[in-house]
Write a protein that binds this ligand. Structure first.
Ligand code: HDD
Length: 737
C-alpha cells in the first residue's frame, strides 16, 4: 500500500507540486475558479506578492471567468429572462431564479456608518524600525524590519456615503494592523483633538452637525444653525473647530494628511511596566490643504477626488507612506503639561514631548471589491493586542462600547468579525457561539469554562501564559465618590485653541477667519452668531473682531483670561514646503492644432513624470497624446498649470468652441492663480496669462519662458519648487489691520 492516498492527501500533494491553493484543489465552492484574470497573487506562488500581502484574502476571491452562472446554492442556470406562462404571459411564482435574484438585489444595502459613512481604503503594510520590546509587548513592534499587513480607511465624518470628498470636515484615519497576535485598530482622525470630552455628548454633537431633521439640509456641512449652536454652547468644541476651519478641514489628499490616535493610550512591556502614549502618523509627502473656494468647486468637478487620488496613486505605484510614531510620557506625568492627558480636547505639543518614530506605514494595494472590504471593514478602538492598553479618557471609554454596538446594527448580528476583511490573520478560539450568519463550524461542544471535559480548553491567556492581553499593572483609579460631573482638570477650553491660532502663519489665520465668516454667514440665528463671537473672543480678540466685522457684529472688547503667546511649530499646513511632488497633478495645456504645442507637451510630460509628478495633457478633443479634454478641465483638478507654446488661439477664441465652453482655458489660469497654484506659460501660451489678467512677470510662482530646451529644462526645475511651495500665499487677500 505504498502509494495509497486519501482524496485530501492527493489534493495536498497536487497543491504543493503545482502551486495551486488547497481550496481549489479540493473543489471548495467559494474558492476562485478560472485563473489568469486574478493574477499571480492568487495562484499559490508568492512571486508577485507585495509587502504586507500575506495572501489571507486569496481564499475568498471569486473569479467568474469561463464558468456558468449558478444560483447562490450552486445550480447552473440562465438568469436573463424570467419564466412565464406563455411568451407574453405573466411571470410565474415558481421562478426561483428570478425570485432569488431580486431578493438578493433588494437586500444589497446595509446601513451606512452612523458617522464616517463616506470613505475610501487601501491595503498595505507596517514595518517596524526596531525591536521596541523595551516599551511594549506588542509583537508587531518586537523586531526590526518586521512587516505586518494593514488596512487603512480614510473618511469624512458628517456626510452620507455618497457625499463629496472635499467638504469641510475632520477626516477619519483608521488603521487596522493584522498582527500575529490579533487585530489592533488605531481609529483616529487627522486632528489630534476631538470636539467633546465625554461619550455621553457624542449623539448630541452628531445630531447638531448632521443635516436638519426636517429637510435633511445641508449635506456634509457644518454651515448651519444647529452645528454652531452646539459649538458655541459647548466650548470644549472650540479647539477641534479651529483645526476643522483651517488646513485639516480640507486636506489636498489623504496622502498629504497626518493621522492621530487622539486619546492617550498605554504601551505595556512584558514586565508590566507601562508608559502613556499618543499615536502619530506623519505623511512622507508633507502636509497640504486646499483653499475653500477650491474645495467647494471640487465637490462638483470631482466629488470622488480624494478617493480617486488614493486609488490612482496606488495603481501608479506611488505608494502613500506615513511614519508611525508615539509620544511617550511617564505615568506620573499625566497632569504635568498644563492639561490633563485624559482630556481628548488637548494635544501634547511636540516641543514638550517629541515623537519617537517606530516604523513606517505603506499603502500598496487597492481593495478588489469596495463593499466587501471598504464598506464592511468594522474598525473598533477596542481592538487591542498584548502590549497596548487604554486610558481612562471618558470619551475613549464610551467608544469602547459604541463601535461593537454599531457593528451589530450594520451587520445584522454579532458575527461581523468573521467577514473576511475583519478576520484576524490568526486563529480564533473561544466559547462565543451561534448568531446570525455564523460562518464557522465549531467542533468543541464543551463551549463553557471552567470545564474539565475538554481539559479546560480553550485555555486562558494572560501576561504570563499564552502571550495574552493584560491590563497595565500600573493603571490606578483615582479614589473618589461616584459623580456625574466634569473634572476640573478638563475645564480650560480656550488656551489650546489660542496656541493653535498663534501657530498659524498670517495667511492661514486669514483662511480660518474666512472659513468662520462663510459658516456663520449661513447661520440664521443672530443669537448663535453672537455666542460664537463671545467664544472666539476668549481665544483671541483679533479673531473675534475680524469674524464679527463680516457679520455686522460690534467688535468685542478683549477678554484676556486665556490669552498667551505660546505656539508650536508642528501645526501649520502652510509654513513649510512639501517634501516631494510625488503624484501632484500638473496640467499641460496643449492644442491639437499645433505641432509645436503637442511636441512640447510630450516633452514636459516625460520631464514631469521623471520627477514623480502626475502630468496630464489637456487638448481640445480626445486623441492620441491627449489625456483630458478642455470640456472637463478645471483648475481645482490640478496642482499646477502650464500652457505650451502654440496655444494662443485657445485663449482668444471668438465665438467659442463647440467642444468646450470658450472660457475654460482662460479660467484655468485665472482660477489656478487665485487658488495660489504655480502657473507657467511658454511662448505664445502667455496669451493665457494676459487673458486671465492676473499675473505679472517675475511674480512668485508665475513662470513665463520661451521655447528653447534650456528654458524648458529650467522651467521644470522651477515649477517643481513651485509645486512644493504648493500655495503662493501672497496672492490671498488679507484683512487690513
Ligand atoms: Fe468614532 C466611526 C474616529 C469618537 C462612535 N470614528 C469612526 C471612524 C473613525 C472614528 C475614523 C470610521 C472608522 C472606519 O473607517 O470604518 N471617533 C473617532 C475619533 C473619535 C471618535 C478619532 C474621538 C477621539 N466615535 C466617537 C465617539 C463615539 C463614536 C465618542 C460614540 C460614543 N465612530 C462611532 C461609531 C462609528 C464611528 C458610531 C460609525 C461607524 C463605525 O463606528 O464603525 O460607532
Amino acid at each position: 500500500m505504498l502509494f495509497s492516498f486519501t482524496k485530501i492527501q492527493l489534493a495536498l500533494l497536487f497543491s504543493l507540486l503545482l502551486g495551486v491553493p488547497l481550496s481549489s484543489a479540493i473543489g471548495c465552492p467559494y474558492a476562485n475558479h478560472g485563473s489568469d484574470v486574478l493574477s499571480k497573487r492568487q495562484d499559490g506562488t508568492d512571486k508577485d506578492r507585495l509587502p504586507g500581502d500575506d495572501g489571507y484574502l486569496d481564499k475568498f476571491y471569486v473569479n467568474d471567468t469561463d464558468v456558468y452562472t449558478t444560483t447562490d446554492f450552486g445550480t447552473p442556470v440562465a438568469d436573463r429572462v424570467s419564466l412565464k406562462a406563455g411568451e407574453r404571459g405573466p411571470t410565474l411564482l415558481e421562478d426561483f431564479v428570478l425570485r432569488t435574484k431580486i431578493t438578493r438585489f433588494d437586500h444589497e444595502r446595509v446601513p451606512e456608518r452612523a458617522v464616517h459613512a463616506r470613505g475610501a481604503a487601501a491595503h498595505g503594510y507596517f514595518e517596524s524600525y526596531a525591536d521596541w520590546s523595551n516599551i511594549t509587548a506588542a509583537s508587531f513592534l518586537g523586531k526590526a524590519r518586521k512587516q505586518t499587513p494593514v488596512f487603512v480607511r480614510f473618511s469624512t465624518v458628517a456626510g452620507s456615503r455618497g457625499s463629496a470628498d472635499s467638504v469641510r470636515d475632520i477626516r477619519g484615519f483608521a488603521t487596522r494592523f493584522y498582527t500575529d497576535a490579533g487585530n489592533l485598530d488605531v481609529v483616529g482622525n487627522d486632528a489630534p483633538v476631538f470636539f467633546i470630552q465625554d461619550a455621553m455628548q457624542f449623539p448630541d454633537l452628531i445630531h447638531s452637525v448632521k443635516p436638519r431633521q426636517d429637510n435633511e439640509i445641508p449635506q456634509a456641512a457644518t454651515a448651519h444653525d444647529s452645528a454652531w449652536d452646539f459649538f458655541s454652547q459647548n466650548p470644549s468644541t472650540m479647539h477641534t473647530l479651529m483645526w476643522a476651519l483651517s488646513g485639516p478641514g480640507i486636506p489636498r489628499s489623504f496622502r498629504h494628511m497626518p493621522g492621530f490616535g487622539v486619546h492617550t493610550f498605554r504601551f505595556v512591556n512584558d514586565d508590566g511596566e507601562s508608559k502613556l502614549i499618543k499615536w502619530h502618523f506623519t505623511p512622507k509627502l508633507g502636509k497640504a490643504a486646499f483653499v475653500w473656494p477650491e474645495a467647494q468647486t471640487l465637490a462638483g468637478m470631482n466629488s470622488d477626488f480624494h478617493r480617486q487620488d488614493l486609488y490612482d496613486s496606488i495603481e501608479r505605484k506611488q505608494y502613500p507612506e506615513w511614519e508611525v510614531g508615539v509620544q511617550i510620557v511617564d505615568e506620573k506625568d499625566m497632569l504635568s503639561y498644563g492639561f490633563d492627558m485624559l482630556d481628548p480636547t488637548k494635544f501634547l505639543p511636540e516641543e514638550l514631548v517629541p515623537v519617537t518614530p517606530l516604523g513606517k506605514l505603506v499603502l500598496n494595494r487597492n481593495p478588489r471589491n469596495f463593499f466587501a472590504e471598504t464598506e464592511q471593514v468594522m474598525m473598533n478602538p477596542g481592538h487591542v493586542v498584548r502590549g497596548i492598553d487604554f486610558s481612562d479618557d471618558p470619551l475613549l471609554q464610551g467608544r469602547l462600547f459604541s463601535y461593537v454596538d454599531t457593528q451589530i446594527n450594520r451587520h445584522g448580528g454579532p458575527n461581523f468579525e468573521q467577514v473576511p476583511i475583519n478576520q484576524p490573520h490568526v486563529p480564533v478560539h473561544n466559547n462565543n457561539r451561534d448568531g446570525a450568519g455564523q460562518g464557522l463550524i465549531h467542533l468543541n461542544i464543551i463551549a463553557y469554562g471552567q470545564n474539565s471535559l475538554n481539559n479546560g480548553s480553550p485555555k486562558l491567556a494572560n501576561r504570563t501564559q499564552g502571550k495574552g492581553f493584560f491590563t497595565a499593572p500600573a493603571r490606578m483609579v483615582v479614589d473618589g465618590a461616584y459623580v456625574r460631573d466634569v473634572s476640573p482638570t478638563f475645564m480650560d477650553f480656550w488656551s489650546q485653541p489660542r496656541m493653535y491660532w498663534n501657530s498659524l502663519v498670517p495667511a492661514e489665520q486669514q483662511m480660518l477667519v474666512n472659513a468662520a465668516r462663510f459658516e456663520l454667514s449661513k447661520v440664521t440665528s443672530v443669537a448663535v452668531r453672537e455666542n460664537v463671537i463671545r467664544q472666539f473672543n476668549l481665544i483671541d480678540n483679533g479673531l473675534a473682531t475680524r469674524v464679527a466685522a463680516a457679520l455686522g457684529i460690534a467688535a468685542p472688547k478683549p477678554d484676556p483670561k486665556f490669552y498667551h503667546n505660546n505656539s508650536t511649530a508642528y501645526i501649520s499646513y502652510f509654513r513649510n514646503p512639501l517634501l516631494s511632488v510625488e503624484g501632484l497633478n500638473v496640467a499641460i495645456l496643449a492644442s491639437v492644432n499645433s505641432a509645436t504645442s503637442m511636441e512640447q507637451a510630450k516633452y514636459l510630460y516625460s520631464a514631469f513624470e521623471a520627477i514623480g509628478a502626475h502630468p496630464i495633457i489637456i487638448g481640445e478633443i480626445m486623441k492620441e497624446g491627449v489625456d483630458q479634454a478642455y470640456v472637463s478641465a478645471n483648475a481645482v483638478l490640478f496642482d499646477g498649470i502650464i500652457a505650451t507654446d502654440g496655444t494662443k488661439d485657445l485663449f482668444t477664441l471668438k465665438g467659442g468652441s463647440t467642444y468646450f465652453p470658450s472660457q475654460v482655458p482662460g479660467n484655468l489660469f485665472r482660477d489656478g492663480y487665485a487658488y495660489g497654484k504655480p502657473i507657467a506659460a511658454i511662448g505664445n501660451g502667455k496669451a493665457g496669462l494676459e487673458l486671465a489678467n492676473v499675473a505679472t512677470k517675475g511674480e512668485k510662482g508665475v513662470y513665463i519662458v520661451g521655447s528653447t530646451e534650456r528654458e524648458l529644462k529650467q522651467l521644470v526645475k522651477d515649477f517643481e519648487s513651485g509645486l512644493k511651495t504648493f500655495k503662493f500665499l501672497n496672492r490671498f487677500a488679507m484683512d487690513k489691520e
